[in-house]
Design a protein around this ligand. Structure first.
Ligand code: DHB
Ligand code: MG
Length: 218
């Protein structure tokens, strides 16, 4: 089927360009053993956010939704020696796993994991950041976007996971707050005069979803 082919090609790309090393494999295993939902970004998506951070020379990154710290390691590895990554996670059990993973990855100097609500923690931060990665509750995305704009420098990037939701954003059901949030977020991105943005539709081992990439205009 098409789905099987998409998954096979995704696996091919991931193993060619983004094979998990021992640290990332342990991160996945640690999260699984702790019973975390297995919804972290794929290795290829990790490589993409890593590359985006490197391409803009990011020194200060903010992540909303740490989960077990898998994407956190990818982003942390994109930073220079004096770089900084703040990652916010609501769930205390997730925070415990993520801190272990960050330590195992040798990134403790650069990465701070804050236990708290994404919006509250964003409100408490001060500019400026180079990149904000959104991967938390999708119903919060429109509010996160406003804060991300406040926190980012000109030329900075917003990257957001899960903005297609198997096409649910086309006609979001009233009972799917994630789809409603993602659709509102996409609309806000598209119509914001301060941003230039695109959504990449993605198919593969994470099903059918999408990644938004937006740049704060100069
Ligand atoms: C879900 C959340 C994610 O961040 C993801 O990448 C996949 C699924 C979810 O909440 O279902
Ligand atoms: Mg996600």
């Amino acid at each position: 089927s098409a789905t099987q082919l998409f998954e096979a090609v995704d696996t091919y790309i991931n193993s060619l360009f983004a094979a998990d090393d021992e640290i990332l494999s342990r991160a996945v295993e640690r999260a699984r053993k702790a019973g975390l939902p297995e919804i972290q970004v794929s290795s290829g998506q990790g490589k993409l956010i890593y590359l985006l951070a490197k391409m803009i020379g990011a020194k200060r990154i903010l992540e909303i939704g740490t989960l077990g710290g898998y994407s956190t390691v990818w982003l942390g590895r994109a930073l220079p020696k004096d770089g900084e990554l703040i990652s916010v996670e609501l769930d205390a059990a997730h925070v415990t796993v993520a801190r272990e993973t960050v330590k195992d990855a040798g990134l403790s100097e650069k990465v701070e994991i804050i236990e708290g609500r994404g919006l509250d923690e964003m409100r408490a931060l001060e500019p400026s950041f180079d990149l904000v990665f959104l991967d938390a509750n999708k119903d919060g995305y429109p509010a996160y976007l406003k804060q991300a704009k406040r926190l980012l420098r000109k030329g900075g990037l917003i990257v957001a996971d899960n903005v297609v939701r198997e096409g649910a954003v086309l006609e979001p059901s009233q009972v799917d707050p994630n789809a409603i949030g993602a659709a509102a977020f996409n609309q806000a991105l598209a119509s914001d005069p301060d941003l230039e943005a695109i959504v990449l539709q993605q198919v593969g081992i994470k099903g059918h979803d999408g990644l938004a990439i937006a740049r704060v205009k100069d």
